[in-house]
Design a protein around this ligand. Sequence first.
Ligand code: DC
Length: 242
Amino acid sequence: MNNPSQNNASRSANIEDRKIIIAIDGYSSTGKSTIAKAIARKLNYLYVDTGAMYRAVTLFCIQNNLIDSAGKVSDKLKSMLGDINIEFRKNGEIADTYLNGCNVEKEIRSIEVANQVSIVSAIPEVRDLLVKQQQLIGKRKGVVMDGRDIGTVVFPDAELKIFMTAAPHIRADRRFSELKAKGSRVNRDEVQRNLEERDYIDTHREHSPLKQAADAVILDNSNMTPEEQVEWLYNKVKELGE
Ligand code: DC
């Protein structure tokens, strides 16, 4: 007899077996990582937070005094790129970011790093290095990767590309609550200014600017709960198998 729940189970197993690449791009604080993590868990895929990689390089620059007070990154960084080792290590359910063997998950989320990361991530040599590492990880397929250039540069052939957006004031509110919950004493206007500045630099930089891939599907989540977004994305994945 036909058991519908069994059909659902075998269909999702097929999706997992097929192992596609899901590329999620979009503006800062649109909730990319929340939905990317949730869909990766649902499909038993690997989740890769590429923003964390750019943040880790930025932290490396701060630790080594490579950014001057005018926000200029020293050319020395280029010869030091070989000294940067970034890993994701599982600590229970979640994977933390490690820089040269140290857990830097908390530090890379600081406002200090957020204020400098767009400048560091605009450096072509930094992008080349990280894009190569991301492509290597993607070879195994069954990967959900979020960032700014995943569908355009890292995996232009990804089977599913999502471009996430939300109203600017909603994004600032979300980021502010997130930082406050983590104990950061930040000011909401500063958070909004940082988001606006990052949007500007991310979309205007010469190398791999943030832009929607022609074949990406837009997800405007201004008025959606995380559960609704995961459901929406899961349906997109299922549609690929039909
Ligand atoms: O997703 P996030 O806010 O953690 O990303 C931090 C910064 O890194 C963001 O301002 C732009 C940059 N970034 C990038 O240039 N390319 C990516 N694939 C991911 C992030």
